[in-house]
Write a protein of this length. Structure first.
Length: 639
């Protein structure tokens, strides 16, 4: 289908250009410089020719009301492309680069306009198993991005969750392909997620890769993979929401361009450098890598704000007291800094007496019997000022934020209550604290919970805690659709225990360790912090359920049995010839098991990998009434 459409576009363009003698040579070859200039100048002959073809008009023009706009850059970009892809309207087959679109630089790459399922379930899948990463055209994805249903609802104690047990707002661990998981959140959670933190698999180019890239388009596969997911993530964020994306140097620059395109450059809040391995990697030829990065974007920078927090341990340690409004410290009400600006002579309105009883229990701006009169004098007797005008002081006094005390040298002083969430600290773009060390506070910490060798390269727990302190409200919802070992969930639980917050999380993980590592860690952290309800669920499979069977098949006979099962119970793409595949299976000379496995995977209709939420009541999919109810309660749209 997409191949035919792309060929039709090319052939029709050739045909209409041949009608204008100036645009072709004697061999009917297109004179690209001439056509390019005509496009730039809005040549009426070219415009008329292009609009005669419905295919060309749909591709190179856009209707806005009653106006028709020629997409000049798109046309020239297509014209200049020497190679075209069979499933995509992107121009290049083997190139990645920037081009100008609407006076902005945009990153383009092979198959940018497609979807990459990335359906692997194990770390370090064999690189030749390309079929684990189906990449297909958007035009073929009729129902691909419809919300899906979930099944096997359990809690962290492996108890089956019933509708009677379900709390109104549980945290979630969703197991299965993260593209389909986050799409399925849209009906209930669109514009509802306060913060997103993700640590996607990096394209390091070494043995440490955990993402099974398409062999032919290593980088571009990753760009399509991340673009698909970031576009959906943006829709999930609230208008004030913020996303933080962890990345290493290998994909930092192009990821930044992709994120700029999706979230817009004006909404980029910063690029943070995190020292996660201070000693550096000693096996590298040139620089020993000691840092990684964090791209931070707002959905709307005009509406978004960081929380006022102290993430530096020494700064945070100043806020040692706690009340229902949060952590706070007492600070001298005397304005000691600012040089001459805060002297009485320059700010006389800030010079006034405060009256304190001898037992320090009463404070007033009005004199009373037995009161001690206190002016803003430094220890050396210099006439300075109080921090505010009298009326502002009175409001703070009325709100219980002022007290009197005697310092270590017996001097009477006025103190004000400073809350961490009001003052915080300056957040810098270099995070160098030793608590961010990924080995000590990531790997070793995780090993104590799940054992050694179960997961590679977890983030420092304290790094994730600090970014969540900064971007997630105390009662907010955070999404992490590359949950990995569950660091984000663990951090949420720790933060709630520390400050009495009611934060919740949604984690998505498709690897096999979702059960053995992620869930196990969440259970440990939940017990430790007395956290609320966490519901674990699987994407409800249709065609997806055949893939593990195909992967395990070792003989032609195994594959034949799976093919029979698919024909009876699965959904086969209309573009596939059943007879041709059956002929291969019956041909005794055809023995390439790998090709047969790839062929059968290709037969599966990608639009029927999982159970669509719209079909949840269809008994053919095997979902019982309690599961249907939970799906609607947790994921159904709110009316």
């Amino acid at each position: 289908m997409a191949i035919e459409q792309n060929e039709d576009l090319r052939s029709q363009l050739q045909s209409v250009l041949e009608e204008i003698p100036d645009f072709i040579d004697l061999q009917k070859r297109v004179l690209k410089p001439t056509v390019r200039l005509a496009a730039r100048q809005g040549d009426i002959r070219l415009m008329d020719a292009l609009t005669k073809s419905k295919v060309l008009e749909e591709h190179f023009f856009r209707k806005t009301g009653e106006r028709v706009i020629f997409l000049e850059e798109k046309f020239v970009h297509y014209l200049d492309s020497h190679e075209y892809l069979p499933n995509s309207f992107t121009a290049f087959r083997n190139h990645i680069g920037l081009y100008e679109q609407n006076k902005s630089l945009v990153l383009t790459w092979p198959y940018k306009d497609c979807y990459l399922e990335a359906g692997m379930a194990k770390d370090k899948e064999a690189r030749d198993e390309i079929f684990l990463n189906p990449l297909f055209a958007a035009r073929d994805a009729n129902r691909l991005l419809d919300p899906k249903a979930f099944t096997n609802f359990k809690n962290l104690d492996d108890e089956v969750v019933t509708k009677e047990m379900l709390t109104q707002h549980p945290s979630l661990l969703l197991k299965g392909n993260n593209l389909f998981s986050i799409v399925s959140l849209l009906p209930r959670f669109k514009n509802k997620v306060d913060a997103i933190y993700i640590d996607p698999p990096y394209n390091t180019g070494g043995d440490e890769d955990e993402f099974a890239y398409n062999n032919t388009f290593k980088h571009s596969s990753w760009y399509t993979f991340i673009k698909n997911r970031l576009e959906i993530a943006k829709d999930l964020l609230t208008e004030k929401g913020i996303i933080a994306i962890a990345i290493d140097h290998a994909e930092l620059f192009y990821l930044g361009v992709i994120a700029d395109e999706i979230f817009h450059r004006d909404n980029r809040l910063g690029v943070v450098t995190v020292v996660h391995k201070p000693e550096g990697r000693n096996q590298e030829k040139f620089f020993g890598t000691s840092t990684e990065y964090m791209l931070v974007y707002a959905k709307d920078a005009y509406l978004a704000n960081f929380n006022n927090v102290a993430i530096d341990d020494l700064k945070a340690a100043e806020y040692v007291e706690l009340d229902p409004l949060g952590r706070y410290k007492w600070s001298n009400y005397l304005r000691s800094g600012g040089g001459d600006d805060n002297l009485k002579v320059n700010k006389p309105k800030y010079w006034y007496p405060i009256y304190v009883s001898e037992n320090l229990s009463k404070i007033s701006l009005s004199q009373f019997d037995g009161a001690i009169e206190l002016f803003p004098l430094s220890a050396a007797g210099q006439e300075r000022t109080w921090k505010t005008l009298p009326e502002t002081f009175q409001k703070a006094l009325d709100n219980g934020r002022i007290r009197a005390d005697v310092d270590s040298k017996g001097r009477l002083q006025i103190l004000e209550k400073y809350y961490e969430h009001e003052k915080g600290q300056v957040i810098k773009t270099h995070w160098v604290d030793t608590k961010y060390h990924a080995i000590h506070n990531g790997t070793k910490l995780l090993e104590k919970i799940v054992g050694k060798g179960k997961f590679s390269y977890p983030k420092s727990l304290y790094l994730v805690e600090d970014i969540l302190k900064l971007i997630l409200p105390k009662d907010g919802l955070v999404l992490d659709f590359f949950a990995g070992s569950g660091t984000t969930g663990h951090a949420v639980m720790n933060l709630n225990k520390a400050d009495g917050g009611s934060r919740r999380f949604i984690l998505c993980e498709q690897m096999d360790y979702a059960e053995t590592v992620t869930k196990k860690r969440l259970k440990y952290a939940s017990d430790l912090n007395d956290f609320g309800q966490v519901v674990v669920a699987d994407l409800a499979s249709k065609n997806e359920s055949f893939i593990p069977l195909i992967q395990k098949a070792e003989t032609k006979s195994d594959i034949s049995e799976i093919w029979k099962n698919i024909q009876e119970n699965g959904f086969i793409s209309h573009k596939i010839s059943r007879e041709k595949l059956t002929k291969y299976l019956e041909d005794a000379e055809f023995r390439n098991i790998q090709e047969l496995k790839e062929a059968i995977i290709e037969c599966l209709d990608q639009n029927h990998l999982f159970v669509n939420m719209a079909e949840i009541s269809d008994k053919d999919w095997g979902l019982e009434e309690p599961e249907i109810h939970i799906n609607m309660s947790v994921f159904g749209s709110e009316k």
